[in-house]
Write a protein that binds this ligand. Structure first.
Ligand code: COA
Length: 192
C-alpha cells in the first residue's frame, strides 16, 4: 500500500538547496516575516491582506508552529542560508490523496525578488513531492495578471492547462486564474 502524502510531513521535512533552507517556523521568524507580510506588493495577488501589526504575524507564526508540532503542516519557511533570514514561504495545499495531486504556492520578500530564490525553492519542493511523497501531478495557479509568478511557474517546466474565468476574489475583484501543472512522467530532476 502507498503511504499517504500527508504522512511525509510528520516529522516535518527540512529541505536544503544550494542557497536556501526550507524549514519549519520558529517564533524568531516573526520580525522577518512581518517585513514581508506587511508589504502590500507581496500580497497583491494573494487572498490574504497585508498585516497591519507584528501581532498579526506573531499569531500566524504561532499557528504554523502548532501545525508543525502536530505533523500536519505543509508550509515551509524559506531561509537564506547566507543571511539566516526568513525571506518567504512556500507551501503545498489542496492535497488529494485519492488523485495523488496537490497545489504549490509561494511568496518572497520584495527585496529578494529577481535572484532566482523562488525558482530554487519551488524546484526543491518539486523534487521532494515527486521523489518522496509519490504524487502524480503538481499544480500551480496564479492570477492572470501576475506575470512574475507565471514566469517562475513556467521555469519549473509546468504546462498551461487553461484559465479559470473570474475564479478567485482578490482584494474585492474577481480574478482570472491561470492553471499550470506538471505530471510525474514529465518531471525531470536533472532539468537545468
Ligand atoms: C512570484 C515571486 C515569488 C517571484 O519572485 P522572483 O524572484 O521573480 O522569482 P524567481 O525566483 O523565479 O526569479 C526569477 C528572476 O530572478 C533572476 N535571477 C537572478 N539570479 C538567478 C539565479 N541564480 N537563478 C535563477 N534566476 C535568477 C532571473 O533572471 C529572473 O529575473 P526576471 O524576472 O527579471 O527575468 C515574487 O514576485 C513574489 O513574491 N510575488 C508576490 C507573491 C506572489 O504573487 N506569489 C505567487 C502567487 S501565485
Amino acid at each position: 500500500m502507498t503511504d499517504s502524502i500527508i504522512s511525509h510531513f510528520n516529522p516535518f521535512p527540512t529541505l536544503i538547496s544550494e542557497r536556501l533552507v526550507l524549514r519549519r517556523a520558529y517564533l524568531t521568524d516573526t520580525d522577518d516575516l512581518y517585513i514581508c507580510m506587511s508589504n502590500p506588493n507581496v500580497c497583491r495577488y494573494e487572498t490574504w491582506t497585508a498585516h497591519s501589526s507584528v501581532i498579526d504575524t506573531l499569531g500566524y507564526v504561532n499557528s504554523l508552529m502548532i501545525k508543525h508540532d502536530e505533523g500536519v503542516c505543509t508550509e515551509w519557511i524559506i531561509e537564506n542560508k547566507k543571511t539566516q533570514r526568513a525571506i518567504g514561504m512556500i507551501n503545498v495545499h489542496d492535497i488529494s490523496e485519492r488523485n495523488r495531486t496537490c497545489e504549490m504556492g509561494f511568496w518572497l520578500a520584495e527585496d529578494c525578488w529577481g535572484m532566482g530564490f523562488a525558482s530554487e525553492a519551488a524546484r526543491r519542493i518539486e523534487e521532494f513531492m515527486f521523489g518522496q511523497t509519490g504524487i502524480n501531478k503538481l499544480i500551480c495557479m496564479c492570477a492572470a495578471q501576475n506575470r512574475q509568478s507565471e514566469k517562475t511557474i513556467r521555469n519549473l517546466g509546468m504546462r498551461h492547462e487553461g484559465t479559470l474565468r473570474k475564479h478567485i476574489l482578490i482584494k474585492g475583484a474577481y480574478n482570472d486564474i491561470k492553471v499550470y501543472s506538471i505530471l510525474k512522467e514529465e518531471y525531470n530532476p536533472k532539468r537545468p
